[in-house]
Design a protein around this ligand. Structure first.
Ligand code: NAP
Length: 305
């Protein structure tokens, strides 16, 4: 499979930065050109030497690129597609890394000219950090990258993009954009909303002081705070753009919560025990699939006081 000669990264944050570093780790000769919205981010990326060339505009970045990666918040994808459309090289592939797929397809596809391959994508890898300094080359190792190509997409263009993600360390799955959005509503979007809510509740609860919440956070709360520290713009856009699936899952979540609440009130220990036994098996499945460590407390080393 012929590797890409020039890759344009639009957005220079955690995901784009990690892609650039992983391409270098893989020894690719590809020229990597990058741009971001603000001068501060462009200057930081240049200082870190994240890409070969940092340019001021998305239009400049895509000139002569055979792969363009949209790595900006989901809500910004459509406007960027419109901006780059007249400057895309014929036969180029445009992909994205957005956490939502159907809304991105609806916003981007109509903007792109014929003769350009649009292959939406989403690497299921990330951290709660953002910006050009947040990236690291191992981010995609042993993670899934989901591609949601539209019917009729050139299979050779899809194979070429698959080969890139494999070289970055990921395994690839393909699915329909709507199905992707439902799967991610369960595995990522609803859990983030629940974490945001729990941290918000702790913040509002005046009977427990802030210092107590912080001091005793290792009892479970700490794991919510990591998720709830994720980038506010990215997550606002995820919920605004994956409305239907997230609301469906949150509806089911609320029903389950009421059932558990009732079991606690009525003292139904059998129900609680059976429920927690079922959920424990899911954790085991994730560990067995190699998607997390089985070390106690995620292998954290106790912090010395
Ligand atoms: P990030 O670190 O916050 O970087 C976002 C980049 O987008 C920055 O370079 C930013 O430029 C640029 N940007 C922000 N708003 C923009 C706008 N309105 N127009 C043009 N550029 C804009 O974000 P990230 O974590 O890499 O996320 C990028 C994409 O990957 C998102 O679509 C997200 O859904 C997806 N994703 C994220 C994760 C994760 O865990 N973080 C995982 C998988 C997929 P400035 O700094 O100059 O503003």
């Amino acid at each position: 499979m012929e590797p890409y000669r020039r890759v344009a990264l639009i957005g220079l944050g955690l995901i784009a930065g990690s892609m650039a570093l992983a391409m270098r780790r893989a020894g690719m000769k590809t020229e990597i050109v990058g741009t971001a919205r603000t001068e501060a981010t462009r200057a930081e990326a240049a200082r870190l030497g994240l890409v070969d060339r940092v340019v001021d505009t998305a239009a400049e970045a895509v000139a002569g690129a055979d792969l363009v990666v949209l790595a900006v918040p989901v809500g910004a994808m459509g406007a960027i597609a419109a901006e780059i459309a007249p400057h895309l090289a014929p036969g180029a592939t445009v992909t994205d890394v957005g956490s939502v797929k159907a809304a991105v397809v609806a916003a981007v596809a109509p903007e792109l000219p014929g003769g350009v391959h649009f292959i939406p994508g989403h690497p299921l890898a990330g951290t709660e950090q953002s910006g050009p300094g947040a990236g690291f080359p191992e981010l995609f190792d042993n993670r899934w990258c989901i591609l949601t190509p539209l019917p009729g997409t050139d299979p050779a263009a899809v194979s070429r993009l698959r080969a890139l993600w494999q070289a970055l360390g990921a395994s690839i799955d393909e699915m329909d954009p709507d199905h992707h959005d439902l799967v991610l509503a369960v595995t990522s979007h609803a859990p983030h909303l629940i974490a945001y809510t729990m941290v918000g509740v702790a913040d509002d609860l005046r009977r427990v002081t802030d210092s107590e919440v912080v001091k005793y956070s290792a009892a479970g709360f700490r794991d919510f705070t990591r998720i709830a520290a994720s980038d506010p713009t990215m997550w606002r856009d995820v919920f605004l753009n994956n409305k239907a699936a997230t609301l469906e899952i949150l509806g089911r979540f609320t029903e389950e919560l009421f059932a558990l609440q009732r079991a606690i009130r009525t003292g139904d220990g059998e129900m609680l025990h059976a429920y927690f036994t079922r959920t424990r098996a899911i954790r085991r499945g994730i560990v067995e699939a190699g998607q997390d460590t089985d070390a106690p407390d995620f292998g954290r080393i106790p912090v010395r006081r």
